[in-house]
Design a protein around this ligand. Structure first.
Ligand SMILES: CC(C)(COP(=O)(O)OP(=O)(O)OC[C@H]1O[C@@H](n2cnc3c(N)ncnc32)[C@H](O)[C@@H]1OP(=O)(O)O)[C@@H](O)C(=O)NCCC(=O)NCCS
Length: 177
């Protein structure tokens, strides 16, 4: 028998999940837990309506990881932006990673990798040309994760974060994923 929550979500192929977690689409009922993880794991906080608007607009690539007890232990969210192409006057779609975080106790089990993999596949439906993201220059762990997916540092954004830290702007051509 399935619960209401299960019928509303797409559970991804569990072969790409782990023995003690699975990846599925986020639903509105998950947002409080997602916000708790964000507040514990990252200095960048957003108001509820921000999460809700990302979920309303790009639900396919707003994913969560759930543990065997049904608790949310990680999330990833993206938005799609239109930007001018470098080579022509045309506007192209870019997939912009808004945020990813895994609860500290659940790290190093492949959850970050799995969330990136599934969400990057899902966002392709928007015909994006490029994946882009910002990461703190000191965030070695996250940089290693993005490099695993062949993201490259394209530039440095000075004073990008509120505390003055610089960001690496990392990109990946969608053709290469
Ligand atoms: C970055 C983060 C999402 C990784 O999540 P995770 O579930 O622990 O990552 P995974 O287990 O899938 O590991 C994926 C890869 O990341 C790298 N990595 C993860 N943790 C690492 C660590 N402590 N040291 C070095 N590399 C690490 C490795 O390359 C790893 O691949 P490997 O296991 O094959 O060596 C997690 O550390 C996190 O939530 N950090 C706090 C929030 C954050 O910084 N978000 C990114 C903002 S831009």
């Amino acid at each position: 028998m399935t619960t209401n929550k299960e019928t509303k979500t797409d559970i991804f192929d569990t072969s790409n999940s782990g023995p003690d977690f699975f990846i599925r689409r986020c639903v509105v009922e998950d947002l409080d837990e997602v916000i708790d993880i964000n507040e514990q794991e990252l200095p960048e906080d957003y108001p509820y309506f921000f999460y809700k608007s990302i979920l309303d607009n790009f639900p396919e690539c707003f994913l969560v990881a759930q543990n065997e007890r049904g608790r949310i232990i990680a999330y990833i969210m993206w938005r799609v932006e239109k930007a001018p192409s470098i080579n022509s006057l045309k506007y192209i779609n870019k997939g912009h990673l808004v945020s990813i975080a895994v609860s500290e106790r659940a790290r190093r089990k492949g959850i970050g990798k799995s969330l990136l993999l599934h969400s990057m596949k899902a966002i392709k439906k928007y015909k994006i040309h490029e994946y882009v993201l910002e990461v703190r220059v000191s965030n070695y762990t996250a940089i290693r994760l993005y490099e695993k997916f062949n993201y490259k540092i394209e530039s440095i954004k000075k004073n990008y974060y509120r505390d003055g830290e610089n960001a690496y702007f990392m990109t990946l051509n969608a053709k290469h994923f």
